[in-house]
Every structure is written in C-alpha cells, then in structure tokens.
Design a protein around this ligand. Structure first.
Ligand code: MN
Length: 463
C-alpha cells in the first residue's frame, strides 16, 4: 500500500529554489517513511503547472497500489492549477501543513529563505481551493518530525487503507435477513455506490455441499490444533468436530470467491446439524467480517474496522447489545450474542463448550466461552435512513464484569455508556442506532468521523 506525496511549488523563484524544494521533499518523505509501517510514502514530484497537478491526481486515482495522497506546499503555489485535478480526486487526501525548517534562523533570514520556506502562505492558498471544492481531507499542522504529527499521519493512513479495502470488499450472505427485522436491512445498491461493497446471496445448500466435502482427516488435523489453543470443557467431541468441519468449509467457500465477510441466519439452516458457532468465532478472530441474522452492514463494517485497526493496540469485534445491569449510577451493558463473539476480545482463556440452544431447532452447538477485555472504546453501527446512511459512534468504557456468570453459556463483554447511561442510551435510541455494533478499543471516534466523511455517510457522535 502506497501514499503518493506531492509538493506544491511554482517557477517564480528560479531553478535553484526548485532543486532545493525537491531535495527537502525527499528528506521529509524519508523521515516520515521511517516512522510509519502501515504504508509506504512515495515522493511523486513537484506541481508547478495545471498539467502536472492533473496528471498526479489521475495517477493517484488510477494506481491500485495507491490508497491516498499527501500534499505540502513548500513555497507559495498558486492554487488555480489544482482545481481541475482536485475536482476528480477519488481517494483520501491529507494536507500536511509543515515546514522543512523547525526554527526560524533569526540571524540569517533573508528574502530567499522566506520565499523558499513559505508554506504558511502556500498552504493557505491551496487549502482555500480544497475547501471551495469541498474536498474531504485531513489537515495536519505542525513540524513534521513531531510525534503528534506522525501519529496523525499514521491514523489517517489506517483509515485510507480501510477505505481502499471497503471499495474492494465482497460480503457473502448465507440466507437473507431475519424475517420481520428492520434495522439489519437496507439498500445494498446504495451501499455499493457509497462504500463499494459487493453483497451476494447464497442459498444455505451451497455451504452444506461444501461441508459435506470436508474429509475426516482434515477435520481431525484442525481439531487437534484447536484443542491445543483452548480449554476443552465438554465430552461431546463429535459436536466440536462438527464445528471444525464448518470452519474448513466456510473458509474454503469464502476464499474460492474472494469473500472476506459473511452473514448467516438461524432461520435458514436446512441441512445443517448445528448453528454456526465456534467456526464463525474463529473466522472473526482471523479478520473476517461477520453479521448475524443476515446483517450485511455490520458484517462489512466489522471486516473494514478490523482492517483499519491492524497493527494498533486493542480489539475490534462484532457485538450485540443484549441485556443491562441497571444498578443506579453503575449501569452496565452486557454485550454478547447467542454464539458468535470474537475471541480476540477474551481476557480469559476461551473454553470450548457444547450447550443446547433453544433458537434454531438444531443439535447443541460448540462455542468458545470467555470473559471480555477492558478499556476505553467505541461502539459503532450504520443504519439506512432511506435517503442516506448514518454512521453512529458512541464512546464507551469496557469494564470487568462485576461478578462471575457461571450459568451463561456464551462469551460476553460489559461496558459503561458515555456520558452516562441515561443520556447515552437516549441519544443512541433517538439516532436510530442498531442493536448490532462493532465494538473497538483500537479505533476512535476521530477515525469513524473521517471514515464517514470519506464515504459520504452522515455521522452521529455520542460522547
Ligand atoms: Mn443478533
């Protein structure tokens, strides 16, 4: 993944100055590159004419390897030359407002120095055109070697990578949405237009056929690997192996068709002995997106946000607001699902358990059970408002569950709403927020706001 770095300048100050602009730009890009792992920043050149600006923007748009563009104006740089190019920009943009020198050389400064180091002037001219054109971007101001500046560039790069991933994302749906449910439904054509998602339906028979092809040897091999990772807390080995078969089949089916996100629906299980439980949990831990009850929106978002969070500290997972502890002043949400909770959020070693499940009318499914992690985080969903998508992001604090829950046969996490239960819950309800979310302790509301801006989504922030 690459970011193209382009420096704004002009001919006014002569050849020598332009050579200096180029040398300084290369040094700056080398410095930033050494500090950022996620992407490679490639210095593409200087812009001095309309033709050059338009050519660079075309390359940013066209090249698959390029996920975004950074611009800095070393000297003054008349910005009409950017208008034609920037009108067509289709990738995330970062405007780096910095300077090659940190300190002003008070004893030495003359007109040549001032003309060369003129981003205070040139970047304002450039930014005016961006604002006038309505180009969504992140503006980062400060000395380029400062940690906060590097951090802001790095966070933007994570979102740029996620936007690129979103544009190529394919979601596989086994079955449709759960009958009668409103919030998990929505306009898939509009989602593809806005976010790039290809959302495809398959009948459950297609995955059952794949499951039937899995051999005993394959199942045995993966089973042995799995029981070395978790604590086996059941005698029902056959049920666990059934999930192992599902995992092999799901991964094979998804890989064959380039899907990295999926949905299932417990109302559509024809030919299956169990609901998908541990199999889905282990797929989620590998980075696959997942949405239960046919929820393709949250499946796509969980895949994208996991991608965005790669390399950061913290966890990112599909979640459902399930039930509350309403002790006055200490209100907590218990987040879980009937089986599918991502084991990356575990604070205890997961146990493999087999328990009956009233829903779905199938044999007891194997699942991973554990307590959840702690820390500051966000809960995010996307709802279809009919004429637009709304991304809702609530700040939350994940907490240790106050007491053990020995009879709860599923994994769970708990959190506090912000600013408090009453206001946080009310705001979520009135914004039309869903019960399925992505919970993350790796991503922030700032990441979500940028993701919304870059994809033309309405953004609601509850804090
Ligand atoms: Mn659900």
């Amino acid at each position: 993944m690459k970011i193209y770095f382009i420096t704004g300048s002009q001919f006014l100050y002569g050849e020598e100055t332009l050579k200096q602009v180029e040398r300084d730009s290369i040094k700056m890009v080398d410095y930033i590159n050494a500090k950022i792992d996620r992407v490679e920043i490639v210095y593409k050149g200087m812009v001095k004419t309309e033709r050059e600006a338009t050519k660079f923007v075309k390359e940013v748009n066209y090249e698959d390897e390029c996920v975004g563009m950074m611009v800095w104006c070393h000297t003054f740089s008349p910005a009409k030359m950017w208008i034609n190019g920037m009108k067509s920009l289709q990738k995330p943009m970062l405007h780096l407002h910095t300077q090659f020198n940190r300190e002003l050389p008070y004893d030495e400064i003359d007109m040549d120095f001032m003309n060369l180091n003129q981003s205070a002037h040139g970047d304002r001219e450039f930014a005016y055109v961006l604002t006038r054109l309505g180009v969504p971007r992140v503006s980062v101001a400060g000395y380029y070697q400062d940690e906060d500046v590097i951090k802001e560039i790095s966070e933007w790069a994570d979102v740029a990578v996620a936007v690129d991933y979103s544009k190529k994302l394919k979601v596989c749906r086994f079955g449709d949405n759960m009958r009668e449910v409103a919030v998990t439904d929505g306009d898939k054509v509009e989602a593809q237009i806005k976010l790039g998602w290809q959302v495809d339906y398959y009948g459950i028979g297609d995955i059952v056929a794949e499951i039937n092809k899995v051999t005993e040897e394959e199942t045995e091999a993966l089973y042995n690997e799995i029981i070395s990772l978790y604590t086996l807390k059941t005698d029902d080995v056959a049920s666990v192996k059934e999930q192992v078969k599902y995992e092999i089949a799901l991964k094979r089916f998804l890989a064959k068709n380039d899907y990295t996100a999926l949905t299932t629906n417990f109302q559509d299980l024809h030919g299956l002995k169990q609901l998908f439980g541990m199999s889905i949990q282990r797929l989620m831990a590998e980075g696959y997106g997942f949405g239960a009850e046919g929820d393709w929106k949250i499946s796509a978002l969980s895949a994208i946000f996991k991608k965005m969070a790669e390399g950061r500290k913290g966890v990112t997972c599909f979640m459902e607001d399930y039930t509350y502890d309403l002790v006055k002043g200490k209100e907590l949400v218990l987040g879980s699902h009937m089986l599918e909770v991502c084991p990356t959020v575990a604070s205890t070693k997961p146990t493999i358990e087999v328990h009956p499940l009233g829903i779905g009318d199938r044999e007891p499914p194997a699942r991973l059970v554990f307590d959840g992690t702690e820390g500051d985080g966000i809960a995010v969903c996307m709802v279809d408002m009919g004429d637009r998508f709304r991304l809702i992001c609530a700040e939350i604090e994940l907490v240790k569950q106050p007491k053990p829950m020995p009879k709860l046969p599923v994994a769970r996490i708990m959190w506090k709403l912000k600013p408090d239960f009453k206001s946080g819950a009310k705001a979520w309800l009135e914004a039309g927020g869903a019960h399925h979310t992505v919970v993350s302790t790796a991503l922030t509301a700032k990441d979500m706001e940028l993701f919304a801006k870059l994809n033309g989504l309405e953004f609601v922030h509850i804090k």
